[in-house]
Design a protein around this ligand. Structure first.
Ligand SMILES: [Zn+2]
Length: 498
């Protein structure tokens, strides 16, 4: 099969220049200067600079109809490019600041069937030794779209192509789709009879997998759909454009200043137990800048504290995963304004607020058990603290405890006995009230500190209570440090140098 013969045949079937090049297996830049490519491949084609608008004979409509490619239905035409660009500009596109875009084009199934029909046609015309059963004779449409349409759309919109950027979902339709899919359903029943009379869902995936000459006979195909693909009256049309912003991750550290604040919304039997939560306060003040759908945000942190526990020191690392984000960056001034807005609540304070790469989320998600946590507990004894008690609570060597799931969390955690390491304990007396002890504990993450103090009827052993041999209770607890050096320190109060 010579290139010229192939092109002449495709030309006679009403195939456009771009698709002709696809059948010549053109790559990358070869679609840019098509005339040059044909020349290089030693193929003669009529002058391709003539465009439909310039045709002025008596039957312009007929010519126009003929000009719709029977294979791509105008997918690669300038007219469709114009429609797509205009559609994008008419959408909410301007509201997204994303530097990168990615196109996802959903095409009618009739396009795939037309490729197959031409595949059969070429086999009949040139023989199966020239056109194989397994290897499609053309550069697949999807790939050609990437080579041709993507660069044009990116250039017109002035954006880079970025797989993690703003996703532009473009749906195309064709007037013949419904009829073709009906025929396809009949064909599918005949070609691939379903076992157990199950209904087979006709999908693009099914077409890709089953619909090639190695799986289906051309003669059978032709009983339902024509070979080669027939001319059409109208081209592909733009059905819809939907935008989906990238996932942006905003990290920082929070301090929890209230002993009456839950981590996430606390709802029991449909009733709110606490009116606010750390998650809601942070999301409320950060989300609006990035998205119009704050309810889709995921809030994550490196562990959590109980409602009545404060978190002080450098605070606890957290991250917001924001889908469909309209913005992918923020200035330090903007970050500072968000930090200050959260601080104004008086319940939570945040700092180090910054946009982080999504890959860094692993810092929060993994290694949780290995992390050390630093606590300060205010504890009360039934009698004044003695020197003996104080000495027993100066422990610099680590030791292990066995901890049964506390009764208070049994409703949401399975009953287990977990070994936990306590790295150090240090106690001092509260001057004003000698029954009060301030105990600093460094423990493995996941240790229940309240139970470590009082022992919970021997469910945690050893415990502070068993070590001193006396009952002891916890009055208040603060987290004072979490050994996770993430996210990086940023000082948003500093003036940004640009
Ligand atoms: Zn075409």
């Amino acid at each position: 099969m010579k290139n010229q013969e192939l092109i002449d045949y495709l030309e006679s079937c009403g195939v456009c220049r771009v698709c002709q090049l696809r059948y010549l297996k053109a790559r990358g830049n070869e679609y840019r200067d098509m005339q040059q490519t044909f020349k290089r491949l030693d193929v003669k084609v009529p002058d391709i600079t003539i465009v439909v608008d310039e045709i002025t004979d008596e039957q312009p409509l007929k010519k126009q109809r003929l000009s719709i490619c029977s294979i791509c239905l105008g997918l690669f035409s300038e007219d469709l490019q114009r429609q797509v660009i205009q559609g994008i500009l008419d959408s909410d596109f301007a509201k997204y600041d994303s530097d990168g875009i990615v196109l996802a084009i959903s095409m009618p199934m009739t396009l795939q069937l037309r490729q197959l029909s031409m595949w059969f046609a070429l086999q009949r015309k040139f023989g199966r030794s020239s056109v194989a059963d397994h290897n499609a004779p053309d550069v697949p449409i999807k790939e050609a779209v990437k080579l041709i349409l993507h660069p044009i759309v990116c250039a017109k919109l002035g954006r880079e192509y970025d797989a993690n950027g703003l996703m532009i979902n473009i749906e195309l339709r064709h007037s013949s789709e419904e009829d073709v899919v009906a025929k396809l359903s009949e064909l599918n029943r005949a070609a691939f009879p379903a076992k157990n009379h199950r209904r087979v869902e006709i999908s693009r995936g099914l077409l890709e997998k089953q619909y090639q000459p190695s799986r289906i006979k051309g003669d059978l195909f032709e009983q339902y759909l024509p070979i080669p693909p027939p001319a059409v009256m109208d081209p592909l049309q733009l059905q819809s454009i939907e935008l989906l912003g990238p996932i942006v991750c905003v990290a920082g550290r929070y301090r929890k200043l209230s002993r009456e604040l839950s981590h996430t919304p606390w709802v029991l039997h449909g009733q709110r137990i606490m009116e606010d939560s750390i998650e809601e306060i942070i999301v409320r003040h950060v989300a609006a800048y990035f998205t119009e759908t704050p309810e889709k945000i995921t809030f994550m942190s490196s562990g959590r504290e109980d409602v009545d526990v404060r978190c002080l020191g450098k605070g606890r690392p957290f991250v917001l995963e924001i889908p469909n984000a309209r913005r992918s960056s923020m200035t330090r001034q903007q970050a500072l304004a968000m930090e200050q807005a959260v601080d104004c609540t008086g319940k939570v304070s945040i700092h180090n607020l910054q946009v982080v790469p999504r890959e860094e989320l692993t810092h929060i998600k993994t290694g949780e058990e290995q992390k050390r946590k630093y606590y300060r507990a205010l504890c009360v004894l039934q009698e004044p603290v003695t020197l003996d008690i104080l000495q027993k609570l100066q422990i610099s060597d680590s030791f292990d405890i066995q901890q049964k799931t506390p009764i208070r969390v049994l409703h949401r955690r399975p009953l287990h006995t977990r070994p936990r390491t306590i790295f150090s304990v240090e106690a001092r007396v509260q001057r004003e009230n000698r029954r009060l002890l301030i105990i600093d504990v460094v423990s493995q993450a996941g240790t229940y500190i309240k139970e470590l103090v009082h022992g919970e009827f021997g469910r945690t052993t050893p415990s502070i209570s068993s070590i001193i041999g006396k009952p002891i209770d916890i009055v208040a607890l603060d987290v004072v440090g979490i050994d996770l050096d993430w996210p990086a320190d940023v000082n948003n109060t500093e003036i940004e140098v640009t």
